[in-house]
Design a protein around this ligand. Structure first.
Ligand code: UT7
Length: 323
């Protein structure tokens, strides 16, 4: 059977780093509160010349270089983002143009923080369905542009950045020993749409709007939802937490990551954590964390890696990949 195997990873971050202490003069907060409640110590914030498209392009180029490929080798670009450069066309098409790609096709996916997990699953289906052989899957965000910088309960939590994977069709035996995407479980429930949303949009206010979140409510649901989709993914693949080499969760809050890992019985040393460095970069958080753990040599060929995310909608999901 056809499997979607990871050929390369890449990442891109804005030049400017904003430390927790930099918020102290702006809103009533402290480095101590942010670090203790979230695990975040710093985040990158896009400058005027840095956009979702430019960061996505840079991450894509890094992933292509890591894979030893060029844009000519790619059939499809799937970009996960909730902060597109424009309402339309899709920012994926702008990235396609920036890469000098005049063939294939490109589109955006919008599942907020779960966007990358949805995008990997979608790309896998395009590959297994024979519509594409090599896919660039990108998560790129500039949440700094939709934050209310006077709201301490949200502005300290998010950051900007991009990460990318190249997925490639390869023959597999159809077993858990295959390399590639092995199992996935996706969920959404719009009953929770008012707990994490943007208060504007083209069809309602005609404005971009600002991010609003009932943080405590999101927190309350997060661990249960995350562990449910992971257990569904484990049972699909016929594995347990003990079989995993690496757990790469969505990077929103270190307390959510720790509680999910504890509930699932995943050992602490198998958990990749980058929330301290990047904050919550929404759809970019999982591919940024992956790029870090691949670059520092933790994730190696043959490792069993579990990706997970949960966010606005609510949306949530998990994907199991043998590297
Ligand atoms: O990526 C999508 C998914 N999103 C998430 O996973 C986010 C989930 N939620 C969270 O991570 C946490 O709920 C937060 C980090 C947002 C908040 O942590 P918490 O422990 O749930 O705090 P809280 O909302 O219960 O607020 C505790 C107190 C409040 O004050 P009172 O009402 O107790 O007087 C807040 O007003 O902390 C206050 N507070 C702050 N204080 C200092 C809220 N934000 C800040 C701040 N600095 N930045």
């Amino acid at each position: 059977m056809i499997r979607s195997v990871v050929r390369g990873t890449g990442a891109a971050l804005p030049r400017r780093i904003m430390k927790n202490a930099d918020f102290e003069g702006m809103v009533e907060t402290s480095d101590e509160w942010i670090a203790q409640r979230t695990g975040i110590r710093q985040r990158h914030i896009a400058g005027d010349d840095e956009t979702t498209a430019s960061l996505g392009e840079a991450a894509a180029r890094a992933a292509l270089a890591n894979a030893g490929l060029t844009p000519d080798d790619i059939d499809l670009i799937v970009l996960a983002t909730s902060t597109p450069n424009n309402t339309f066309p899709a920012t994926a098409v702008e990235i396609q143009h920036r890469l000098g790609m005049h063939h294939g096709f490109a589109f955006d996916m919008q599942a907020v923080c779960s966007g990358f997990v949805y995008a990997v699953t979608t790309a896998d289906l395009y590959i297994r369905g024979g519509l594409a052989r090599r896919v660039l899957v990108i998560g790129s965000e500039t949440f700094s542009r939709i934050l209310d910088w006077s709201d301490r309960s949200t502005c300290v939590l998010f950051g900007d950045g991009a990460g990318a994977l190249v997925l490639e069709a390869a023959e597999g035996a159809g077993t858990i020993a295959d390399r590639g995407v092995l199992a996935a479980s996706l969920r959404s429930d719009g009953a929770h749409k008012d707990k994490l949303f943007v208060d504007g949009g083209p069809s309602t206010t005609g404005t971009v709007g600002h991010l609003r979140m009932e943080g405590r409510e999101v927190f309350k649901h997060a661990v249960g939802m995350i562990t449910d989709v992971i257990e569904a993914t484990f049972s699909q693949a016929g594995i347990t937490a003990a079989d995993l080499d690496w757990f790469v969760p969505h990077q929103a809050n270190k307390r959510i990551i720790d509680a999910s890992a504890r509930k699932l019985g995943i050992e602490e040393q198998k958990v990749v954590v980058t929330v301290d460095l990047h904050g919550n970069t929404s759809a970019a958080s999982v591919p940024l964390a992956l790029a870090v753990a691949v670059a520092d040599g933790r994730i190696k060929k043959g490792d069993l890696v579990l990706l997970e995310a949960m966010g606005g909608g609510f949306t949530w999901g998990a994907v199991l990949v043998r590297w």
